[in-house]
Design a protein around this ligand. Structure first.
Ligand code: C5P
Length: 235
């Protein structure tokens, strides 16, 4: 892995070319950012924890029939993944009202919802990832109607798999963000699933066990992620 092979430098991961045309190397970094990079800190140990948690979750989803980009882990912070045409979309699913949703509508944190909500955001650091609706996605050729329907269906299925997965470790899955790509005309789950891109609340105390700890200065993020991994592996 050399800097020449660096394809994309992200906030929490770097992506490198490999010697195979259809495979990429994803390297998790010891960095936490929030508010679109305005708050940033180096946190030793975070990359390994995110990689291990995401691998655990992707392996579980794969076992349950979800198509993903994960091929194998090359080390405790590196994953070999399938190259795909990534949709420039962040797909957010909410089971419980929190974060930007309750801020936007002046609602109370932890609000019960009649059914899960799916929202799309256009991935653009320069524009601060603006909200985008389905007709805008279709009209702008970001994804067609059939692709949007598949992405929504996969997001709901992943939610149905992950709610009981986290409940077994006494977590409520409040919300999460997914990304999708397309390879050989098939839509697959890409990126990662870790406490960086979901909200996990302890079922009893309702304390955050996710990146809100960093966003709201609520404690040690690495220690929090360590206990998430421990609770997911010892049950
Ligand atoms: O901030 P908001 O409430 O819209 O976030 C919803 C979910 O999406 C949270 O779990 C958050 O961590 C995740 N998210 C993300 N990356 C973003 C924006 C939100 O992973 N750029």
């Amino acid at each position: 892995m050399t800097e020449d092979n660096l394809l994309y430098e992200g906030k929490a991961k770097n992506v490198y070319k490999t010697n195979k045309e259809n495979e990429l190397l994803m390297v998790y970094k010891d960095q936490a950012t929030a508010f679109n990079g305005k708050k940033k800190e180096v946190l030793p140990g975070k990359g390994v924890l995110n990689c291990r948690i995401s691998t655990l979750i992707f392996d579980y989803l794969i076992k349950n029939g979800v198509k993903t980009h994960l091929i194998e882990n090359l080390s405790d912070h590196e994953q070999l993944v399938q190259k795909s045409e990534v949709f420039p979309l962040e797909v957010v699913l909410r089971n419980i009202g929190s974060g930007s949703f309750v801020r936007k509508f002046h609602l109370e944190d932890g609000l019960e919802l009649r059914e899960p909500i799916i929202e799309f955001y256009y991935k653009s650091d320069a524009l601060d990832d603006p909200f985008i609706n389905e007709s805008q996605i279709h009209a702008l050729h970001i994804a067609d109607k059939e692709e949007i329907a598949t992405i929504k269906q996969m997001t709901l299925e992943i939610n149905q798999l992950l709610i009981p997965f986290f409940a077994q470790s006494d977590f409520d899955l409040v919300d999460f963000k997914l990304e999708f790509g397309k390879v050989n005309n098939e839509i697959i789950l890409v990126d990662e699933f870790s406490p960086d891109n979901c909200r996990l609340w302890d079922k009893t105390s309702h304390h955050s066990m996710d990146k809100d700890v960093f966003r709201k200065h609520e404690g040690d993020l690495v220690k929090t992620y360590h206990s998430v991994l421990e609770r997911l592996t010892t049950r």
